[in-house]
Write a protein that binds this ligand. Structure first.
Ligand code: GLN
Length: 281
């Protein structure tokens, strides 16, 4: 059976074709026109062995982004690999929102940077960005991405649940932390569940806002007065995150939908001064 048919058996006709074309282009340098001309049938023995290995990985439900080693985000090509979450289209929406609302360069902190996609995209827009992650694997990948894309981001190893103390303050803090409840795993696709890092995905069922609470608490001490907080979250938790932020004294708390119509983002503004709310509302 030829490679395309084997991929179709697993992914269906449409997706298989897209995956096949991507592999031909990124791995073997064949354009869609080359494929139409049948050049994919003339791969060398070495390339055939490589393709066999790729198809086996696809049959094992490994995400195509890990196989080709890259992923497009905000028009830039990011390196991705095992141990680093593949950037999602929803997260592009978060980045676009931050760029749109903050046209002049400012100090921004990204908490849980993963591949660095949020931090680097903001830095490429002229912002001065610091990015935290607990995973060395993620920090290595993010630094490599930053270098490759010509961005300047200050990457630091931090566990936001036990952050080290600093007097630095930022104009905005952004975070797309782990937000999938363990119990949701049963409904997830194999390619995510079996191949993407669980540390970047899951939170305990009994404490799903764990990271939102930690990031918000950190933000109270490390956002400038009127500084902005931007979250991506589980569509089932957006109202809870918003309510928590109101309780903690943040102002202008707003939930926003993603392009799929799911409540996916929450933004808020810090109080004027620590502990003092500018309005009694
Ligand atoms: N949006 C990702 C997914 O659906 C999850 C990312 C996260 O947990 N922050 O797989």
């Amino acid at each position: 059976m030829n490679y395309l048919h084997r991929i179709q058996d697993v992914y269906g006709t449409r997706e298989a074709r897209a995956i096949y074309m991507l592999v031909m282009e990124k791995v073997f340098g064949l354009s869609p026109t080359d494929v139409l001309l049948g050049k994919d049938k003339e791969l060398s023995a070495h390339s055939n062995a490589e393709m066999e290995n790729i198809v086996l990985r696809l049959e094992n439900m490994e995400p195509i982004q890990y196989i080709i080693g890259e992923c497009e985000f905000m028009g830039h090509s990011f390196k991705v690999g095992k141990g680093v979450l593949i950037p999602r289209p929803e997260t592009e929406e978060l980045v676009k929102l931050i760029i749109q609302e903050n046209p002049t360069p400012m100090d921004i902190l990204d908490i849980g940077t993963g591949s660095g996609c949020i931090a680097i995209s903001l830095a490429l827009e002229g912002h001065r960005v610091t990015a935290y992650d607990i995973s060395d694997q993620a920090l290595d990948m993010a630094s490599a991405n930053s270098k490759r894309l010509g961005a300047e981001v200050c990457f630091e190893r931090e566990n936001i649940l036990h952050p080290s103390s600093t007097h630095r303050v930022w104009g905005a803090i952004a975070s797309n932390p782990p937000y999938i409840r363990q119990s949701e795993a049963a409904m997830m696709e194999d390619n995510v569940l079996r191949h993407e890092p669980h540390i970047a995905l899951f939170v305990p069922d009994d404490n799903p806002l764990l990271f939102y609470e930690a990031v918000a608490t950190y933000s109270i001490g490390h956002l400038q007065p009127h500084g902005k907080l931007y979250f991506e979250c589980n569509r089932e938790h957006a109202y809870d995150v918003a309510e928590m932020l109101v309780q903690m004294g943040f102002r202008n708390v707003v939930t926003l939908r993603d392009a799929f119509g799911n409540l996916r983002f929450v933004k808020a503004v810090a109080k004027d001064k620590a502990g003092v709310s500018s309005s009694s509302l």
